[in-house]
Design a protein around this ligand. Structure first.
Ligand code: DQQ
Length: 586
């Protein structure tokens, strides 16, 4: 463990200058860029084991294949003690297209071994693509996969595949049902053939019938189309959707699962009754955000009703307020937890993606459970990730005056895990939250990392992936406002100075967190991995993931700092940072 003296406290006037004046010319962007739906048949050839100096932005402990495009996590499950992850993959290039199900397995959710593609176009019902879907463990420990196929008419239909050999724990070969497709748009069922995809994990009712939902839309109405089956092969459409909502557009990749009302343990999809609530997550094609509600599922009527007060719109609760999409959970029967996977796409340009030969990573899997308030989920990186922690450095009770920063020396700051908590001593100077400041992302980008003239609590937080001269850094911070009846905590991840490369999307992200800062210290954890920063505010109440592509802050030339730029001092009650070891991935 490094000593206290390895953490040096410095006042940095140059830094202050950047914080105060660097944001004057900030451009506001309402949405992040999305580079999907571009097909390329060109193959990118390069060495699989390029070193970090050639590929400074490749991650060291996030899930990635050696090259090419990846998107949605598919069919995650555990079978005979082995974790399976399938994912949307383009074998031919670094942009979306030619989609197959690539496949990897793991015993710890951290190190991954690749296998041959599990599902690829081979029959009329999927000849134009094998799109997203989910795994269900049928009675007798028999996994089954439902996925979307694109047929010769480019219609979206749902197919079934099962393992060829159940005694192979790696489930390397999959056989498609001769009855495919099992669900398809017909002239009678009013299903939009270009908006009918991504079947969930199925769940069995107390009546012994299977249920599954498929994402869809009719005009601007988002729909969870529902089917039932007695044998998992013959599926009948239920006469009403499980749920729908006008004005949300296409619901991609729905996920529907129960959560225990108390405690952190996960529950299987077959659990009903007063001990659980249900969560419906949908991926909004229009905004590329994963939003969810907590509510009640009535299996007799097959309807889902969100809790009173739930927001169901583009502004709903999100798993992550940064880049995070097409996520999917599974029940880990070994560790009795529900685990969430999510795709993190690029903020680099398509040209840069083609140059580097890859695009997209999976976020570190997160355990999810219901918050004690019952109003939202809590998410926390799976505990296994802590196996990679190395060279701990620690700091306690450090007062940070306005404008001061502290460097956490002795960690590989490009590849690190850091936890910090702050105590605010004085809330008197908290800025008043104007009623029109409703959009946290906009508030973060307008306020930036600089303080306001009128006195403020915050911003304070971390500067990650910072270059030695502080010309590049990503700031993850808190700011406290005085609301009408309570203090309001804003968490920001500011990418505006993350890279000198102007081709990157540098949108600033923000979220309001449901916490009383007079009763609880404000804590933050960031997982830093070369070009990704996953941040967890208040022990997982709010998450923000950012992709950044520094030009100077790469390799050994990266620093990690804590800072306070609010008018009043704050105390770092504790800062712990670790270097992260490289995981063995694919
Ligand atoms: N990606 C898949 C679709 C899904 C979308 C295609 C979400 O099945 O709707 O690659 O990112």
């Amino acid at each position: 463990m490094a000593s206290y003296s390895s953490l040096c406290l410095i006042m940095n006037n140059i830094f202050l200058f950047f914080l105060l004046f660097g944001h004057e010319f900030l451009q506001l962007q309402a949405f992040h860029h999305v580079y999907r739906a571009q097909t390329s048949h060109s193959t990118v050839h390069h060495n699989h084991h390029q070193h970090h100096h050639q590929q400074p932005h490749r991650t060291s402990y996030h899930f990635q294949p050696p090259k090419n495009w990846i998107n949605d996590p598919n069919g995650p499950m555990i079978y005979k003690g082995i974790y399976h992850l399938f994912y949307q993959y383009n074998p031919k290039g670094a942009v979306w297209g030619n989609i197959v199900w690539a496949h990897s397995t793991s015993t710890d959710l951290i190190n991954w071994e690749p296998h041959d593609h599990a599902i690829y176009p081979s029959q009329p019902s999927d000849i134009n693509g094998c799109w997203s879907g989910s795994a269900t463990i049928l009675p007798g420990e028999k996994p089954a996969i439902l996925y979307t196929g694109i047929n010769p008419k480019n219609q979206q239909v749902q197919n079934l595949a099962v393992p060829k050999n159940l005694s192979d724990p790696y489930l390397r070969e999959w056989v498609k049902s001769p009855n495919n497709p099992l669900m398809a748009p017909t002239p009678q069922n009013h299903i939009n053939a270009s908006s009918f995809r991504d079947p969930t994990t199925a769940w069995i009712g107390p009546d012994g019938e299977w249920r599954v939902i498929v994402g869809s839309k009719l005009d601007a109405r988002g729909l969870a189309v529902m089917y039932r089956s007695k044998d998992f092969v013959k599926w009948n459409q239920v006469d009403h959707p499980l749920h729908y909502k006008d004005g949300m557009g296409m619901w991609e990749c729905p996920d529907f699962f129960p959560v225990a009302k108390t405690g952190r343990k996960g529950v299987e999809t077959r659990v009903y009754g007063s001990q659980v609530k249900h969560v419906l997550k949908v991926s909004l094609d229009d905004t590329k955000h994963d939003v969810y509600t907590v509510g009640t599922y009535n299996w007799q009527k097959d309807i889902y009703i969100p809790n009173k007060g739930s927001i169901e719109s583009y502004n709903g609760l999100r798993y992550d307020y940064g880049k995070y999409y097409a996520s999917k959970t599974f029940f880990d029967s070994q560790k009795k937890r529900r685990v969430l996977w999510g795709w993190v796409n690029e903020s680099s340009s398509v040209d840069d993606d083609i140059k580097k030969g890859w695009s997209g990573v999976q976020a570190i899997p997160r355990a999810v459970w219901l918050d004690a308030s019952g109003k939202q989920l809590i998410q926390w990186p799976v505990v296994e990730i802590q196996k990679l922690r190395n060279n701990k450095v620690k700091l306690t009770n450090e007062v940070l005056k306005k404008g001061s920063i502290v460097e956490a020396k002795g960690v590989t700051a490009a590849q690190a895990d850091v936890e910090i908590s702050f105590k605010v001593e004085n809330f008197k100077k908290a800025e008043i939250l104007k009623p029109e400041w409703k959009d946290p992302q906009l508030l973060c980008s307008q306020k930036g990392t600089s303080t306001t003239k009128s006195g403020s609590v915050g911003p304070f937080g971390l500067l990650v992936l910072a270059s030695n001269d502080l010309k590049e850094y990503t700031s993850v911070s808190f700011r406290v406002f005085k609301g009408q009846h309570k203090y309001v905590v804003l968490m920001c991840s500011d990418q505006s100075r993350s890279s000198l490369n102007s081709n990157n999307d540098k949108t600033t992200y923000g979220a309001f967190l449901d916490v009383d800062p007079t009763r609880e210290n404000l804590s933050l954890r960031s997982l830093i991995d070369h070009s990704i920063v996953e941040s967890f505010g208040i022990k997982g109440k709010g998450c923000i993931t950012a992709r950044v592509y520094p030009t100077l802050a790469i390799g050994d030339s990266v620093g990690l700092y804590a800072f306070n730029n609010g008018t009043d001092s704050v105390t770092i009650t504790k800062l712990t940072a670790w270097s992260m070891k490289k995981a063995l991935i694919n």
